[in-house]
Design a protein. Structure first.
Length: 313
């Protein structure tokens, strides 16, 4: 279990259901910090499509109970927007559902393996998690239907948050499930993706006429979040370029930089991991190339006063 009591409003029972279009729901899990994500689902006459799972057995079971409280139709399709465990570790509980995701999700999930907290995060009660990667994969785009409602599942075309990010675009409702391309009130995390790729992918979201966005973490919002996230990504890029030229390490650069308005965002220590990724790209690494994740996470713990990163999952 977590080594410290969560603040008010972060318990599993504090998750909220929000209808964002007719028969389309966002499942918002406060406070959206490490391993606490958003999901969503679309209800049809013959079944349900879920957008992502949750990180732990308990959180995923609570999510499935919420779906069952809305409809008695089974979840027939589970979409994964990317491979990170907060969105995929609960896959195995969607018995009988077709699990769909980009082809890189499968390999990245298997490479990461089962959930673990130590030594970087506070202990989490994961439950009896079984890895269940997508077994129906795509490369660029695939359409899924809820009755006659067409939904477009699109790979973003470049490493960004990860190497395998997809969005779900629902044109008839001007509705976007962004996955972790967008965090609302939390610090974006690019350690396993690309700074330049994220700028490109997030900029591409502006081409969609979205009026409602369900981000991977944080409250449902409008398209104004896109520019807010872009501001942070450009801040990271500029900081890395200046700090590297000055001979600073990513950790030292993070300690010296003034986060400004971004300091109020959750999980501010992600600036360290983001700078590790930005430095790698400045050294000529390809977007999404493997880098020393353990070293970057260790620097994040150091930035956090030597304490494991806070996790209330």
């Amino acid at each position: 279990m977590s080594t410290s009591a969560p603040p008010p409003g972060v318990a599993i029972t504090d998750a909220r259901l929000q209808e964002v279009a007719e028969n389309v729901f966002a499942y918002i899990q406060p406070d959206g910090t490490w391993w606490i994500n958003n999901t969503g689902f679309l209800v049809g006459r013959a079944g349900v499509i879920s957008v992502d799972a949750c990180s732990t057995e308990a959180r995923t079971r609570a999510y499935l109970d919420t779906i069952a409280g809305v409809t008695d139709q089974p979840v027939r399709t589970l979409i994964n927007t990317h491979h990170h465990g907060d969105h995929t570790f609960g896959n195995y509980l969607f018995r009988g559902a077709t699990i769909v995701g980009h082809e890189r999700i499968r390999e990245e999930m298997l490479a990461f393996g089962p959930p673990r907290s130590a030594p970087f995060w506070q202990d989490v009660d994961w439950g009896d998690v079984e890895l269940a990667p997508p077994f129906l994969t795509y490369t660029d785009q695939v359409s899924v239907f809820v009755d006659d409602l067409r939904c477009e599942l699109r790979h973003v075309g470049t490493p960004a948050h990860t190497t395998n990010d997809s969005i779900l675009w629902v044109p008839d409702h001007a509705l976007l499930f962004s996955g972790d391309l967008l965090f609302n009130g939390g610090t974006p995390f690019l350690l396993m993706g690309s700074i330049s790729g994220a700028i490109e992918a997030v900029s591409g979201l502006k081409e969609l006429p979205a009026t409602t966005i369900v981000p991977g973490h944080g409250e449902v919002c409008g398209p104004e979040l896109i520019d807010t996230v872009l501001d942070y990504l450009r801040f990271v890029s500029d900081t890395a370029r200046e700090a590297k030229a000055a001979g600073l390490s990513p950790l030292d650069a993070a300690r010296e930089v003034d986060l400004g308005r971004f300091a109020e965002w959750l999980d501010a220590e992600r600036i360290v991991g983001n700078l590790h990724r930005a430095y790698a790209e400045l050294d000529g690494s390809e977007r999404g190339a493997r880098i020393d994740l353990a070293a970057a996470l260790a620097d994040m713990v150091t930035y956090n006063g030597g304490n494991p990163l806070t996790c209330y999952a």
